[in-house]
Design a protein around this ligand. Structure first.
Ligand code: NAD
Length: 272
C-alpha cells in the first residue's frame, strides 16, 4: 500500500462525484488547504467517465478524471454521498483495505447502520445525515429544549427538500427525532407518527410528528415545533446552498484522518 507522501494533506476519493453533492464536494475539496482530491468515482459506464472532475463541478480542471474503480493506494479517506446500496459496497472496500470513510448518504436501513457500527471496530468512519455546522448546533439546542420542556409540549418536525430527494423523512429530521426522543426517554420507533390523514383522533402528547414537503429546488429546511397551551417555540434551520454540507465533509475528512478506528458523528468532529 502506498503511503501518504503529502504530509498533513488528506487524500480524498469522492464517490458520486458528478451528483448534486458530489460537485459541491469537488469544489470544497479544491478550496480546502487540508485535503487533496485524488480520485473521483461515478457509476460504471456513465456518460461522464473520463471527464475531469473539476470541469464537471464547474471549476478549473483538477487533473482527476472520473473513473469507476477505486484504487486503495490513491486515497486516505473515501467520501460517500450516494445511495445506501453503493455505500454498502464502498464500506466493504474500505474494510478490506483499511481505509477511512466519511458517509453522508441518507436512507441507510438498520442493517447497514449495524454494519457501520461493526466496521467501526476496524476502521474510522464519520457518518452523519447532515454535515452542516448549523444543523449540528440545532441538535444541541433541541436536546436542551426537549430536556427543559419535557412532556408539557407537543413536538412536530417539519422538513422540506427538493423534488429529487428519494428518501423521506430526511435523515436530518430522523436524527432530530432521535435526539429529542433520547432526551425525553422515549423510543422513536414507538412514538413517531409520519403524516396524518382522516379521522386521526386527538393528538397523543407522547408522539413526535413528522411532516414532509418535497418541492422544487429546496436545498433543505427543518423546523421543530414545541407547542404548549399559550406559547410555542420553533427551532428552524434553512440551508441555502449544498456548500455548507460539502465544507463540513472536508472538515470531517481531515479530522477522521487522525483516527484509526471508531464510528463518529459530526458532533465529534465539531467537539459539541
Ligand atoms: P445525486 O443523485 O445527485 O448524486 C448521487 C451520485 O452518485 C450520482 O451522480 C450517481 O450517478 C452516483 N452513483 C450512483 N451509483 C454509483 C456507483 N455505483 N458508483 C459511483 N457513483 C455512483 O444525489 P445527491 O442529492 O447528491 O444526494 C446523495 C446522498 O447524499 C443522498 O442520500 C442525500 O440524502 C445525501 N445528502 C447528505 C447530506 C449530508 O450533509 N449528510 C447533504 C445533502 C445530501
Amino acid at each position: 500500500m502506498t503511503d501518504n507522501l503529502t504530509g498533513d494533506l488528506t487524500r480524498i476519493a469522492i464517490v458520486g462525484a458528478a451528483g448534486r453533492m458530489g460537485r459541491h464536494l469537488v469544489m470544497a475539496c479544491s478550496e480546502s488547504e487540508n485535503v487533496q482530491l485524488t480520485q473521483a468515482l461515478e457509476k460504471p459506464e456513465g456518460p461522464l467517465m473520463g471527464s475531469d472532475a473539476g470541469i464537471i463541478a464547474g471549476i478549473e480542471a483538477q487533473d482527476v478524471l472520473i473513473s469507476e474503480t477505486l484504487d486503495a493506494d490513491q486515497f486516505d479517506v473515501l467520501i460517500d454521498f450516494t445511495h445506501p446500496s453503493v455505500t454498502a459496497l464502498n464500506l466493504d472496500f474500505c474494510l478490506k483495505h483499511g481505509k477511512k470513510m466519511v458517509i453522508g448518504t441518507t436512507g441507510c436501513d438498520e442493517a447497514l447502520v449495524k454494519k457501520l457500527e461493526a466496521a467501526g471496530e476496524s476502521i474510522a468512519i464519520m457518518y452523519a445525515p447532515n454535515m452542516s455546522v448549523g444543523v449540528n448546533l440545532c441538535l444541541k439546542l433541541l436536546q436542551t429544549a426537549a430536556t427543559v420542556l419535557g412532556d408539557t409540549v407537543d413536538i412536530e418536525i417539519i422538513e422540506a427538500h427538493h423534488r429529487h430527494k428519494v428518501d423521506a423523512p430526511s435523515g436530518t429530521a430522523l436524527k432530530m427525532g432521535e435526539v429529542i426522543a433520547g432526551a425525553l426517554g422515549r423510543d422513536l420507533k414507538e412514538c413517531a407518527v409520519y403524516g396524518r390523514e382522516g379521522q386521526t383522533g386527538a393528538r397523543d402528547r407522547q408522539t413526535i410528528g413528522f411532516e414532509t414537503i418535497r418541492a422544487g429546488d429546496i436545498v433543505g429546511e427543518h423546523t421543530v415545533l414545541f407547542a404548549a397551551e399559550g406559547e410555542r417555540i420553533e427551532i428552524t434551520h434553512k440551508a441555502s446552498s449544498r456548500k455548507t454540507f460539502a465544507t463540513g465533509a472536508m472538515r470531517a475528512a481531515h479530522w477522521i484522518q487522525k483516527k484509526s478506528t471508531g464510528l463518529y458523528g459530526m458532533d465529534d468532529v465539531l467537539g459539541l
